[in-house]
Ligand binder design. Structure first.
Ligand code: NAG
Ligand code: NAG
Length: 344
């Protein structure tokens, strides 16, 4: 059974990647690290969004409307989607690729429409903790609209949430229905296969024992097994500095080398950037593989009163604490179908 699932996982497409883990330090504080693995540069930009911002789902009539309750710092992709970030309450969202995603074509009358590019942003704007988000989202009242990406890939993502009090949850749309894995034990996420199968594969590798053997390819199921082992094998750091360094070492060790090619998997995706978020101290660290320096923002030191702002990156080289470097900017529109389709 497990071996059958393993063969399927190996055969499954690994078009795009990404890995995420939540690390706990000796003080019981939490740090979420992730990689963004993609076949081409993702045109990442980093934004500061204020509370009190009027938003809508971005997909025409029937779109969800909301006003942001919490300010957030968020990384976007292709200027069409919020894919990573944290709000002022320490809730962190990480969007990763999941090829098996099926958001469902049917629109139920009781559902509001939301662009997939706005999904994570809506959650960070609205909720302070994972349990709060789970109880609000579990009624499956959102109809996620997901046109293809500019890269031609299907816009197929699952969402991981983590918070400052050991909350963690994975949100996947499988066969048109929302499936939530809610619990602090769900600390690792990569890509294919869907999360219940991923857990079965990991149970198999735990039986083998990570000090004896770890599966070594860049496939999602292998990255999941290695990251799960490493996360529990590293010590609990005694200071936030060492904790951030440990979280970075975990996501760096699971990264895919830049430009790595595999003739059998032409879409193998290189790691483009990594982030580590310190939930307790409100710090968001960003590490682009084409930028020689890590930079970070401290949410407490950002002036959110100036409307929507963005870091002047990659136009300028940034390093160190860049909390004061944000400049006013127009927000990006969330990915939506062509305008002529929005009003039918
Ligand atoms: C989700 O899990 C948390 C604990 O991890 C729990 O407090 C909460 O009640 C759960 N929420 C739901 C809706 O099951
Ligand atoms: C966080 O959750 C993990 C897994 O459920 C548990 O082992 C750990 O003790 C928890 N830590 C705290 C500080 O609650």
């Amino acid at each position: 059974m497990v071996l059958g699932a393993m063969v399927m996982a190996v055969a499954a497409s690994l078009a795009q990647g990404c890995s995420r883990a939540v690390y706990e330090d000796a003080a019981g504080h939490f740090y979420t690290g992730r990689t963004m693995d993609w076949t081409e540069p993702t045109k990442a930009k980093i934004w500061a969004f204020p509370k009190g911002m009027k938003r809508d789902g971005g997909v025409g009539p029937g779109s969800l409307e909301w006003t942001s309750k919490w300010s957030s710092v968020v990384t976007s992709m292709y200027d069409i989607a919020s894919v990573d970030g944290m709000n002022e309450k320490g809730l962190v969202g990480s969007m990763l690729y999941l090829v098996e995603t099926d958001y469902g074509n049917e629109h139920r009358g009781d559902q509001k429409k939301l662009s997939v590019g706005a999904w994570m942003q809506y959650v960070l704007d609205s909720f302070a903790t994972v349990p709060e988000a789970v109880s609000a989202l579990q009624s499956d009242a959102l109809n996620i609209i997901a046109p293809d990406l500019p890269s031609g890939d299907a816009c197929a993502a699952h969402l991981a949430l983590s918070d400052a009090s050991n909350g963690s949850a994975i949100f996947e749309y499988i066969a048109g229905r929302l499936v939530i894995h809610n619990g602090s034990q769900y600390k690792v996420m990569t890509n294919s296969p869907p999360y219940d199968q991923q857990l079965a594969l990991t149970a198999y590798w735990e039986g083998v024992g990570g000090n004896t053997f770890l599966p070594g390819t860049h496939r999602a199921a292998d990255r999941f097994a290695r990251l799960s082992f490493n996360l529990h094998a590293v010590p609990k750091a005694n200071t936030p500095e060492v904790a951030v360094a440990t979280a970075f070492s975990l996501v760096r060790s699971i990264s895919v080398p830049l430009g790595l090619a595999d003739p059998h998997h032409p879409n193998l995706a290189s790691t483009r950037w990594r982030s580590v978020t310190d939930h307790t101290h409100g710090k968001y660290y960003f590490d682009s593989v084409i930028n020689p320096s890590v930079f970070w923002v401290d949410l407490d030191n950002i002036d959110f009163t100036g409307g929507v702002q963005r870091l002047p990156w990659p136009e300028e080289d940034l390093a160190g604490d860049v909390s004061k470097k944000f400049v006013p900017s127009e927000p990006f529109p969330f990915i939506h179908p062509p305008a002529r389709q929005l009003h039918v």
